[in-house]
Write a protein that binds this ligand. Structure first.
Ligand SMILES: Cc1cc2nc3c(=O)[nH]c(=O)nc-3n(C[C@H](O)[C@H](O)[C@H](O)COP(=O)(O)O)c2cc1C
Length: 321
């Protein structure tokens, strides 16, 4: 990449230098090493990599089936399978190449105390930032049960804030009535940034057996099917972030440069790629090239110039019917 192109693509995210606005999303790239085995793939093509959701103790995850393809997306109910925070910090982080990209931990828990303990483990590690997942739909306690309640969301954020000086990214759930109000409470509680959105709750049914396809009965819907929902949520959260300088990692169904640009225009400072990697692990180079081409065609010299540049139509009302 030419020097000027690298400059145009680079993003300052909470003081962290991202080489490009792209972020590989939690749960879609293992613990950061998985895709590096694929010929032509490099973590240096992205600004940051989010590691798989991590809890205090190891978790085996949910019974199968854990994933199912849906029209324009997939359902998953992995159930936060992970080897536990101590293993991640002592065994996995030392294997990662921090010269290639920034690494973001993804923290989960069943109680506020567990979120705090896992955050504490990562605070004493080389990890670049900490994402708190208060929006996982696939666990019985914590996760989305916290993230859909603004009081609980704020409690988790404040408790984690108290034990880390690293950039704190709060991952918001789309499965709630007023995401902007929740975001406002999380900002008051000390979050530095947001990830918007996690998966939408969904179900698929096997009509021959009349049972849910997913072993957990329900799962999280991701992929292109959720993109319009995700764009609106980013736009709504941006309204409370704009004047406070809080950046958003926009995500949900991004498969192309055009998708990524839509999220930037809606208010994202960086954009996540998750489900799309399952069918094209080398997608990020094309998205970077497409963003550069768009910046050149529109006479813009930085990704930041696109953030929140949406021009709304006047006189629109909230009713879609
Ligand atoms: C198989 C799978 C596992 C996931 N695991 C996690 C996780 O552990 N923690 C988390 O915060 N999000 C998790 N997610 C949600 C993604 O990080 C992302 O927010 C969501 O899938 C929307 O983006 P996408 O449509 O580009 O995949 C997972 C998604 C998938 C498909």
């Amino acid at each position: 990449m030419r020097g000027t192109d690298a400059q145009k693509l680079s993003v300052d995210f909470c003081g962290l230098p991202f080489a490009t606005p792209l972020v590989l999303l939690s749960g879609c790239v293992g613990f950061g090493e998985e895709y590096t085995r694929i010929a032509g793939f490099s973590n240096s093509d992205v600004g940051a990599v989010c590691l798989k959701g991590t809890t205090l103790s190891p978790r085996l995850g949910n019974r199968p089936h854990r994933i199912a393809e849906t029209p324009a997306g997939m359902l998953n109910a992995i159930g936060l399978q992970n080897p536990g925070a101590d293993h991640v910090v002592s065994r996995i982080l030392p294997q990662l190449d921090f010269g290639e990209t920034r690494f973001i931990a993804n923290v989960s828990g069943s109680t506020v105390e567990e979120y705090v303990e896992v955050t504490r483990r990562f605070e004493d590690s080389p990890i670049d930032a900490i994402e708190i997942n208060i929006s996982c739909p696939n666990v019985k306690e914590g996760g989305v049960a916290f993230g859909n309640d603004p009081d609980m969301s704020a409690r988790v954020v404040a408790a984690c804030r108290a034990v880390t000086g690293k950039p704190l990214v709060t991952k918001l759930s789309p499965n709630q009535t007023d995401i902007a109000e929740n975001a406002r409470r999380c900002i008051e509680a000390g979050t530095d940034a947001f990830a918007v959105i996690n998966t939408l709750m969904g179900m698929a049914i096997d009509i021959e057996t009349r049972t849910p396809v997913i072993g957990n009965n329900q799962g999280g819907l991701s992929g292109p099917a959720i993109k319009p929902v995700a764009l609106l949520k980013v736009h709504q959260v941006y309204q409370v972030c704009r004047d406070r300088g809080i950046p958003i990692i926009g995500q949900g169904g991004i498969t192309s440069a055009a998708d990524a640009i839509e999220f930037l225009i809606a208010g994202a400072s960086a954009v996540g790629v998750g489900t799309a990697l399952f069918y094209d692990p080398l997608l990020c180079r094309d998205i970077n090239a497409g963003i550069l081409d768009y910046l050149d065609r529109h006479g813009l010299d930085s990704v930041a110039a696109l953030t929140g540049s949406l021009r709304l139509h006047g006189g629109a009302d909230a009713c879609g019917g």
